[in-house]
Design a protein around this ligand. Structure first.
Ligand code: IMP
Length: 422
């Protein structure tokens, strides 16, 4: 009997999951996405070409690897079709390797409009959504109104589509939103036609069969634990369970089938969109991290907010996920900082705490521990023996505080820029 390993982000997304999954893929037969949708942008770089995947799992560049889009994912057929076409141009044949769950929900053009209308109505308190229709699609899922991938095989699919679209139009009218749905419908239905050419499956059965056959399976998370619908800084979150438990519901696997949980985090923190960010550096230091780290959204191009590593938040994410191995990305970005800070506690209402406060409006003052920077360019380093002593000290402190080993360190965007630590 096999186990399912899980790789997920421990911060606010953009931790570098795409690259790490791509590096780990040779160890796996199956890669499965379990939640989120095209709000994700998983960047992979090899042969000096950058690829961004939004819906398709990051195992597609490894021949022989099976890639599953699980039931917990929401799919926009327009975006999926674009991804399929651009991968085909690169010679990647997905007909055999891509499998799509019948139970995954579809993002309609009207879901995207509802997302835009809802955000516009929020004014200053907007979430900062990627506007891909994620929230409204999950709302229809839990509201029991949604359209699922399996429905595209039914004879009355068009009728069901029109029913839901018209319902959305009523809501859009209440928002006074000028709708343009019909403009996108041709492309959307072309995407649906393309999806019919791929393997549409009962993914929960298939994954459990793979487990029984002792196939090696990696579940690939999207976004990050601090954007989880239940445990993130609500309402500034995404609409799915991004934590480890989301892999059980998003793929149909039992908790005791979970093996390793790889938790990936940046050596500092970033966040796109609104919401609390206690260690944010809204100053020249933050700007320097943004420029050196190319911290601009892979999906939206928006500048990411940057700040120091937050151990209070990291420990929270490790607790929620049961992380067994840590993976640190981008310490190379901090190579020119004389002093590097890490938040080890929060000061809230004059008291020190190691917990995240419930009320997102509570002012938080991070309590920092300072580290001497390594002041060296470590990008592209290949061996753990080459790493500067100061960085080792930084890593060992994180291990000591979290109780979890840092097993992999990524020091550049390419596959080869990856150091494995025993
Ligand atoms: P939505 O899921 O597109 O509605 O966005 C909700 C919040 O999550 C916003 O703050 C987004 O910026 C953020 N978000 C959504 N997807 C990602 C991601 O893949 N990486 C980082 N942030 C994300």
């Amino acid at each position: 009997m096999g186990k399912v390993d899980i790789l997920l982000g421990l911060q606010w997304g953009d931790e570098g999951k795409g690259k790490v999954v791509d590096v780990l893929t040779p160890n796996y037969d199956v890669i499965a996405r379990f939640q989120g949708g095209p709000n994700a942008g998983h960047s992979l770089e090899f042969n000096n070409i950058k690829h961004v995947l939004h819906t398709i799992p990051s195992g597609v560049f490894h021949p022989g690897c099976i890639n599953i889009i699980g039931n917990g994912v929401v799919i926009d057929p327009i975006i999926l079709a674009k991804e399929i076409h651009s991968l085909e141009k690169l010679g990647v044949n997905l007909k055999l390797s891509l499998k799509i769950s019948k139970k995954a929900h579809l993002i309609l053009p009207s879901h995207r409009e509802l997302d835009a209308a809802s955000e516009a109505a929020k004014g200053n308190s907007k979430i900062g959504s990627t506007l891909k229709g994620i929230g409204p699609t999950y709302m229809d899922k839990t509201g029991r109104n949604g359209l699922r991938v399996g429905d595209i095989l039914l004879p009355n699919f068009r009728e069901r589509y029109n029913f839901l679209k018209n319902k959305h139009k009523e809501i859009l009218r209440l928002y006074n939103y000028e709708s343009n749905i019909e403009q996108h419908e041709t492309e959307w239905f072309e995407g649906i036609e393309l999806m019919r050419e791929y393997q549409i499956i009962d993914s929960e059965y298939e994954i459990n069969e793979y487990i029984n056959q002792a196939k090696r399976i990696l579940a690939e998370g999207a976004q990050g634990s601090l954007l989880d619908i239940d445990f993130g800084s609500y309402p500034f979150v995404t609409s799915s369970n991004t934590i480890c438990a989301g892999a059980c519901t998003g793929l149909g696997i039992a908790p005791h089938r979970i093996g390793e949980v790889y938790g990936i985090f940046k050596a500092y923190c970033t966040r796109v969109g609104s919401g609390p960010f206690p260690t944010e550096l809204d100053n020249q230091i933050g700007e320097k991290i943004r420029q050196v780290g190319h911290e601009f959204g892979a999906t939206t191009g928006r500048p990411r907010r940057c700040g120091w590593l937050d151990l209070v938040a990291l420990k929270y994410a490790i607790m929620l996920n049961g992380v067994t191995q840590l993976i640190m990305t981008k310490p190379d970005v901090l190579g020119t900082f004389e002093i590097i800070k890490v938040a080890v506690a929060y000061r809230v209402n004059g008291y020190e705490t190691s917990r995240l406060p419930y009320d997102i409006n509570t002012p938080i003052e991070p309590v920092y521990k300072e580290f001497k920077g390594w002041m060296r360019d470590i990008s592209g380093f290949k061996s753990v023996d080459d790493l500067p002593e100061e960085l080792i000290r930084y890593i060992e402190f994180i291990e000591q505080e979290t109780g979890v080993p840092v097993k992999i360190i990524s020091v550049g965007p390419n596959r080869e820029d990856t150091i494995v630590r025993d």
